[in-house]
Design a protein around this ligand. Structure first.
Ligand code: NAP
Length: 337
């Protein structure tokens, strides 16, 4: 049994991770970390866990984690995560970091977009980007995996087959994405206050969203050429889910059937990517699941890809468990179907 610690167990991704791990036959939760001084039972924080797990949260202290655990999920905000990850690695533990701290290979790009110094360049160099559809072999060998951001997960999966085969004009990629409000985590803010965001859809952070360099990094790697996407995120009044509508110009005319064949071939061994041929995906279709549903439409030299994920599962905790499965040598789908 793999003994698992969760740092930041009181947040949304922590809650989803606990729910998934409670159904995982090979993993056992042995530590739940919080900064809270009152050390609450986890079911007091997440009432839906009542009767499913009896455990008190513990102080965020690596001495409590090392020696008791084999594997750590960090569900902390960026910058807080890299305070703890080095200590976990030094204690010989494997880590999946759900924050952004180890996703961008270039520390200067991190520092520019996140406006914070990167304090763990040593481990940044060894971290593997945890998108199993593209990097499963590297993930299997890794001791530190940077779990992808929620928007990049949906967008990269929608673009990877076309980009890696050189079939689109790389300067004309538009990602128009809509996210539920849990994407911003549990801490309230004025713009996410119910009367402010209910019955309303709004674009935000156009041109400056922190997930942009992550998409550029991975897509550029696939294309072996610099890519700079146009990414426009929107907030919509729903709890969870991300729908990305991706607009591309094809390098040459490709029929609908050919594009579908390309995607089917590219994802033939991907258990969590599902191609929708007859209809278009919606966020409800993937709610609470680790699936990414994709649909494609091509007309002349243009194509549209629609991608739906649950931001908290394939966009965070489900994908984190998928990565743990690969790193620990379990079935990739264990606990996730
Ligand atoms: N929400 C999503 O859809 C999503 C998707 C992909 C990735 N992520 C990333 O996953 C991480 C967690 O996201 P979340 O949505 O679960 O956030 P959240 O609901 O706000 O939870 C954050 C957790 O971190 C702890 N925390 C907050 N500030 C901290 C600090 N300065 N030092 C130590 N602990 C701190 C909080 O616990 P206490 O207050 O109890 O200590 C809480 O458990 C973030 O890095 C986020 O960017 C989120």
């Amino acid at each position: 049994m793999l003994k698992v610690a969760i740092l930041g167990a009181t947040g949304y991704t922590g809650r989803e991770l606990i729910k998934i791990l409670l159904n995982h036959p090979e993993a056992q939760i042995v530590y739940l970390g919080t900064r809270r001084e009152d050390r609450p039972q986890i079911s007091q924080i997440h009432p839906e866990l009542t009767g499913r797990i009896e455990a008190a949260c513990e102080k965020l202290d690596m001495e409590l984690v090392a020696g008791r655990t084999d594997f750590v999920f960090s569900c902390l905000p960026h910058t807080a995560s890299m305070d703890f990850v080095p200590q976990c690695l030094d204690a010989g533990l494997k880590v999946v970091d759900i924050s952004a701290d180890y996703r961008l290979r270039d520390a200067q790009i991190y520092e520019k977009w996140y406006e914070a110094e990167h304090t763990d360049i040593q481990h940044l160099a060894e971290s593997v980007y945890g998108l199993p559809e593209l990097f499963a072999d590297d993930i299997t060998k890794a001791r530190l995996v940077a779990n992808p951001g929620c928007y990049p997960t949906g967008a990269i999966l929608g673009l990877a087959p076309l980009v890696s085969r050189g079939l689109i004009e790389l300067e004309n990629i538009i990602i128009d994405a809509k996210s539920g409000i849990s994407g911003a985590g549990r801490t309230p803010s004025p713009t996410l206050h119910f009367p402010e965001c209910n019955e309303s859809v709004a674009a935000y952070n156009v041109g400056v969203h922190r997930h942009t360099p992550e998409m550029d990094q991975i897509l550029s790697q696939l294309a072996e050429k610099e890519i700079s996407v146009t990414f426009v995120p929107h907030i919509v009044p729903m709890d969870r889910g991300i729908l990305s509508t991706i607009y591309v110009h094809l390098a040459k005319e490709i029929s609908q059937g050919e594009v579908e064949e390309l995607f089917a071939d590219f994802y033939k061994e991907a258990p969590f990517v599902l191609l929708r041929k007859d209809d278009l995906p919606a966020t409800k279709d993937v709610w609470g699941t680790n699936f990414c549903h994709l649909a494609l439409r091509s007309f002349g030299r243009k194509a549209v890809i629609v991608s739906a994920i649950d931001n908290l599962i394939k966009g965070a905790s489900g994908q984190a468990v998928e990565n743990m499965n690969l790193m620990a040598g379990f079935e990739r789908t264990e606990g996730l179907l």
